[in-house]
Write a protein that binds this ligand. Structure first.
Ligand SMILES: Nc1ncnc2c1ncn2[C@@H]1O[C@H](COP(=O)(O)OP(=O)(O)OP(=O)(O)O)[C@@H](O)[C@H]1O
Ligand SMILES: [Mg+2]
Length: 293
């Protein structure tokens, strides 16, 4: 919280050309949820982060650069419809869906994407405490560029060796990292790009997703491998989210676990709800945000 609060209250002088409405442009903390692997839980993590940050009292913008698939965009549209139908006010982010350029020439497409993203980021950053970005499970130019904007990068991975292999290849005997894989190379390239922009390094957090309580042998192995990779590729490891129905059943109403009371949903709180809430709380804690009780 302190980190975000400090950023949100960054002193703004009226002579600074990047100050609009008394706020410093670029003040928002940019949190990108990314992984080249499809279906690893990016959109699920993004919506939970957005609502968690809103419920912590922060102003939040969201960007969907997986706008063709549009999971996050539809999640938020469902949320708006649900709130309108019930006549309740649910906290909402300012949302932007950003499509890739449709220009035929690669150079023109890249320059168009660069310019549009810069404009969107500047507009949103000046008016919000945090910007959460959902990205597609592939590496196109817009996705790569978006990573360079990340103050914090959160990478959910399914709890499996196949997903881990997109981060790095580890010798199964010695547990030494043999080589980086496509996604850690993408992050490395964007870390360099960010350094050229003179911005502070990306705080990269890897989180396991859909962890099954019964799968203890696999879980232990994955945990050890993740720890080996974390030293080599400089990421922090979040405990992650368990495999829980609650994380996948609320899309049609655009809700999350953190909305149940306000949405008037009378579900008896199960152990799984309590555990899931705690998982969201821990992830927010890791980015310096305290969720109220
Ligand atoms: N912790 C979880 N427990 C149970 N189901 C989950 C969990 N996390 C994600 N899911 C489910 O897994 C599927 C993939 O999740 P999601 O759409 O968030 O992944 P994604 O990385 O955004 O996928 P894509 O790469 O296609 O954008 C969805 O059906 C989602 O509801
Ligand atoms: Mg998605």
């Amino acid at each position: 919280m302190e980190a975000l609060a400090a950023l949100a209250e960054a002193p703004a002088t009226m002579t600074d050309p990047t100050v609009r409405d008394g706020r410093k442009a670029g003040a928002a903390r940019v949190i990108v949820v990314g992984n080249e692997k499809g279906g690893s839980g990016k959109s699920t993590v993004a919506i939970n982060l957005i609502v968690g940050l809103l419920r912590s009292g922060l102003t939040v913008a969201s960007i969907d650069i997986d706008a063709r698939q549009g999971t996050l965009t539809r999640y938020l549209a469902n949320r708006r419809t649900f709130a309108a139908r019930r006549g309740i006010a649910l906290p909402m982010p300012a949302h932007v869906a950003l499509l890739p350029s449709d220009s035929d020439s690669r150079a023109a497409a890249e320059s168009d994407e660069r310019a549009r993203l810069a404009t969107v980021m500047e507009e949103l950053a000046g008016a919000h405490d945090a910007i959460v970005v959902d990205t597609p499970g592939r590496s196109d130019h817009l996705t790569r560029l978006m990573h360079a904007y990340a103050d914090t990068l959160i990478t959910p991975i399914n709890d499996s060796h196949i997903d881990l292999d997109l981060i790095g290849t580890v010798d199964p005997e010695t547990r030494k990292v043999i080589r980086p894989s496509v996604y850690s190379e993408l992050v490395w390239e964007q870390r360099k790009e960010r350094a050229r922009w003179n911005r502070k390094p990306i705080d990269w957090i890897l989180m396991r997703n859909r962890i099954r309580q019964t799968d203890t042998k696999n879980a232990r192995e994955i945990e050890q491998l993740v720890n080996s990779l974390s030293r080599r590729f400089s990421f922090r490891v979040a405990p992650g989210f368990g495999e829980r129905v609650i994380f996948r059943e609320m899309f049609p109403n655009g809700l999350t676990l953190l909305d149940l009371r306000e949405a008037g949903i009378e579900t008896p709180l199960t152990l799984s709800h309590v555990a899931a809430r705690n998982e969201i709380r821990i992830l927010l804690d890791m980015i310096g945000v305290r969720l109220p009780d």
